[in-house]
Design a protein around this ligand. Structure first.
Ligand SMILES: [Zn+2]
Length: 382
């Protein structure tokens, strides 16, 4: 196959065109860059940018020769159809939501695909191969797939508030909330991982802007046991740490709207309500909300108990509000305001690594306490 026939060219993607639906909860999901298909060193290379944890898998078929890459729920910017390159005659996105696939129509038999994933980047390399060899593996079985998450330990998603173009609160002496939240989250991650009782993922590990819906979605997609958002507040005169959970009214309204959308679109990865009567769906949803809410209340109590005596606390330390980032209906979520950057003493403390380590130690204790009491809590709702 002469690669010059196809030129290894890249299609031009209309940048504003946002296709796909993903599993966005609040219409705030960022779409990934479009897949790239081109010829590099006589190999046809497909590069995709995947959100963390996306359970992709690859299979091959004969008559006609093709590869099928399952990409459940992936959204990207660009058209459904990619222009061919090398051994790929053309590539077409088909299906939707949990059943979305990228179909690679081949110009002929290929050798077993070379597949590698580094972080978000998935690379497939193809070259022509003998027909007999192709027929031997192109029988629809899974040739490659996303590495399964390390099993057994529950996942805790830590969410350092703000980031990138959004600095969050700015202290009297110029401290950016986004820096404090990231530093604290990294320290908490370190301590939790040292404890060895859970896996930990950050919604952002660097100074980057992530929409709120995407933060929630990361936790939901990975079926996190707990979502903890870290912030440092600003308000005249106030000081001390506090913890927020979602107010009930907001929770109910959002969960109901979400369920409606999920059912309409028939999307998995969402609430996965079985096809039963609306009446039974309402009951199941109500049970799920209760579990999520009681989980959130429990982590909030544990956080307050654990912080008490370690750092100054805001009066009425556990509060409820309609924070968007707490609105996952199926992942218990809490938001910790670690202090007030508007207060000179809090600002100075939050800038000290030793103080953040103390905060993280208290939060890690609360998380461990939460995970211990959790076994079986969600039984019957998975
Ligand atoms: Zn904040």
């Amino acid at each position: 196959m002469a690669s010059s026939e196809f030129g290894g060219g890249r299609a031009a993607w209309p940048r504003r065109m946002v296709l796909g639906l993903g599993l966005a909860l609040l219409a705030a999901e960022a779409a990934a860059a479009a897949p790239e298909l081109r010829v590099v060193n006589r190999r046809t290379r497909l590069v995709l940018h995947l959100p963390p944890g996306l359970p992709w898998k690859l299979a091959a078929f004969t008559n006609p020769a093709r590869l099928v890459l399952d990409l459940p729920g992936l959204s990207w910017q660009g058209p459904n159809r990619l222009r061919g390159a090398g051994v790929v005659a053309h590539a077409q996105r088909q299906g939707a939501g949990p059943r979305q696939q990228l179909l690679l129509s081949l110009t002929g038999p290929v050798a077993p695909p070379q597949v590698s994933q580094a972080g978000r980047r998935l690379v497939l390399e193809l070259r022509p191969g003998p027909a007999a060899g192709f027929a031997a593996f192109a029988d629809g079985r899974v040739l490659a797939a996303a590495a399964p998450p390390p099993a057994g330990k529950p996942l805790v998603v830590l969410d350092p508030g703000h980031g990138g173009k959004d600095p969050g609160a700015i202290g009297a002496r110029g401290t950016y909330e986004k820096r404090i939240t990231l530093a604290a989250a990294l320290e908490l991650k370190r301590q939790l991982e040292a404890g060895g009782r859970c896996r930990v993922v950050l919604t952002r590990g660097r100074d980057v802007f992530i929409p709120l819906g995407e933060r929630i979605e990361q936790a939901r997609r990975r079926e996190a046991a707990l979502f903890l958002s870290l912030h440092a507040d600003s308000a005249p005169g106030a000081r001390g740490a506090s913890v927020y959970t979602l107010s009930e009214t907001a929770s109910d309204r959002l969960a109901a709207a979400l369920a409606q959308r999920e059912n309409q679109a028939d999307r998995a990865g969402g609430l996965r309500l079985p096809s039963v009567s609306p009446e039974v769906q309402r009951i199941l949803l109500s049970l799920m909300r209760q579990e999520t809410r009681s989980g959130a209340d429990r982590i909030a109590r544990l956080v307050v108990d654990s912080l008490d005596g370690q750092v100054p606390l805001l009066p009425n330390t556990h509060r409820r509000a309609g924070f968007v980032v707490l609105k996952a209906p199926d992942v218990p979520s809490a938001l910790v305001e670690m202090g007030f950057l508007s207060h000179p003493a809090d600002e100075a403390a939050l800038n000290r690594p030793a103080h953040r380590a103390k905060l993280a130690k208290a939060l890690a204790e609360a998380v461990h306490g939460y995970l211990e009491g959790r076994s079986g809590a969600m039984a019957g709702l998975g």
